[in-house]
Design a protein around this ligand. Structure first.
Ligand code: COA
Length: 150
């Protein structure tokens, strides 16, 4: 499995994964904006045998790596793909000066929360009624110390 920058050529596959993964998927124009126009954005895909099997978009906001979206194709889950995308993203953003990482996750999304906890993210807040499809709360999770001790 190979991790590389997301390009416009990946859009169809990335949008398809997003649609099957979220009740509020991003429209194609959002991914296009992230790739083309958002200077804070870092977007990668995981590729296997020429097929996109996972994707991540993160924003570098000063010293904070904000995980905006991450998803693995349903046929390829529980194979470590999202973990590898996350490690790649956090390491790369650390090299660019990120010290912490933050994300929002649905209260009901225990699979994702479990993964984030494995990386050391902890619950740091709550955004009430954050998701407009069902008014579900978002749990804010923070990884406070990205920096490797020297
Ligand atoms: C959450 C998601 C990205 C995980 O992707 P993945 O490639 O399957 O993740 P990994 O294989 O790297 O799993 C890492 C760990 O996360 C946890 N995990 C992942 N899926 C899980 C599940 N269905 N139930 C419980 N724990 C789960 C496990 O601890 C897992 O480690 P293990 O397989 O050694 O037990 C994937 O389920 C997905 O795309 N979900 C829909 C989109 C989504 O919810 N994104 C996150 C938004 S905040």
């Amino acid at each position: 499995m190979n991790i590389r920058r997301m390009t416009l050529d990946d859009l169809a596959q990335v949008v398809a994964i997003d649609k099957t993964s979220f009740s509020l998927p991003w429209p194609e124009r959002s991914f296009r904006f992230e790739i083309m126009d958002n200077p804070a954005s870092r977007a990668w895909v995981a590729e296997e045998d020429g097929k996109v099997v996972g994707a991540i978009v993160a924003w570098l906001l000063v010293d904070e790596a904000h995980i905006a979206t991450i998803a693995t194709h349903p046929d390829f889950r529980r194979q470590g793909i999202a973990s590898k995308l996350l490690v790649h993203t956090l390491q790369s953003m650390m090299n660019e000066g990120a010290l912490t990482s933050v994300l929002e996750v649905r209260e009901s999304n225990s699979a994702a929360q479990e993964m984030y906890r494995k990386f050391g993210f902890e619950e740091s807040g709550r955004r009430p009624r954050y998701y407009r499809d069902n008014n579900e709360d978002a749990i804010l999770m923070t990884l406070y110390k990205l920096k490797v001790e020297s």
